[in-house]
Ligand binder design. Structure first.
Ligand code: ATP
Ligand code: MG
Length: 156
C-alpha cells in the first residue's frame, strides 16, 4: 500500500530509539529527505527488514558504547535507509556472502550468539519483494553500514 514515508519512518524510528536506549545504546535517526515521498510497502515486512539490521548491530556490537545511526535520503527515486553501527566490522572476504542463507561471518566469533545466519537472507528477500535491495559496506574495527534501497515517488 502507498505510504507517506516521513511520518511512517519517524514513528518506526522512535520505537527503535526507545528500545536501544533501554539497552544503554545510542540511537540516532536523521531524516535527510528533501521533500515528502510515497513508497509502496508492507509496513510489517518493512519493519522486519529494519529489525533484522538493527538487531544485528545490537548482537554483534560492543556491550558498552554501541551507537546505531539511521539516515533516510532519496537518490534517483530510490529511498535509501543507511543503518550504520560502530561494531567490530565484517571481513571483506565475507561481504559477498552475507545475504546467503545460513552464512555467518567468522562462526568462531559468533558462536556465543544464538545465530542461524538467516536474518540477512530474509531481510534481502523482503527488500526484493519491495522491488529493492540491501547492500553492505564495512570496515574492520570501525563498523558496518547496511543500506536498504526501495523505489519511491515524489508526493504530489
Ligand atoms: P539470525 O539473524 O538468523 O539470528 P545471524 O545474525 O547470524 O543469525 P544474519 O543476520 O544473516 O545471521 O547475519 C549473517 C552474519 O553476518 C552474522 O552471523 C554476522 O557474522 C555478520 N553480521 C551481520 N550484521 C553484522 C553487524 N552489524 N556487525 C558485524 N557482523 C555482522
Ligand atoms: Mg541476524
Amino acid at each position: 500500500a502507498p505510504v507517506s514515508i516521513r511520518p511512517f519512518l519517524r514513528d518506526m524510528m522512535e520505537e527503535f530509539r526507545l528500545d536501544l536506549e533501554e539497552r544503554g545504546a545510542l540511537f540516532r535517526y536523521e531524516d535527510a529527505l528533501d521533500r515528502e515521498y510515497t513508497v509502496d510497502l508492507d509496513p510489517k515486512r518493512f519493519h522486519q527488514i529494519l529489525r533484522n539490521l538493527i538487531g544485528n548491530a545490537v548482537k554483534y556490537g560492543p556491550k558498552q558504547g554501541l551507537a546505531v545511526r539511521v539516515k533516510a535520503y532519496v537518490i534517483e527515486e530510490n529511498l535509501r535507509l543507511a543503518v550504520k553501527d560502530n561494531g567490530q566490522g565484517i571481513p571483506a572476504k565475507d561481504l559477498p556472502h552475507l545475504f546467503e542463507r545460513f552464512y555467518r561471518a567468522d562462526p568462531e566469533r559468533t558462536k556465543d550468539f544464538s545465530s542461524t545466519g538467516l536474518g540477512l537472507a530474509i531481510a534481502q528477500e523482503l527488500a526484493q519483494a519491495h522491488g529493492g535491495k540491501i547492500t553492505v559496506a564495512s570496515e574492520i574495527n570501525a563498523g558496518s553500514c547496511f543500506t536498504v534501497s526501495i523505489p519511491c515517488r515524489a508526493q504530489a
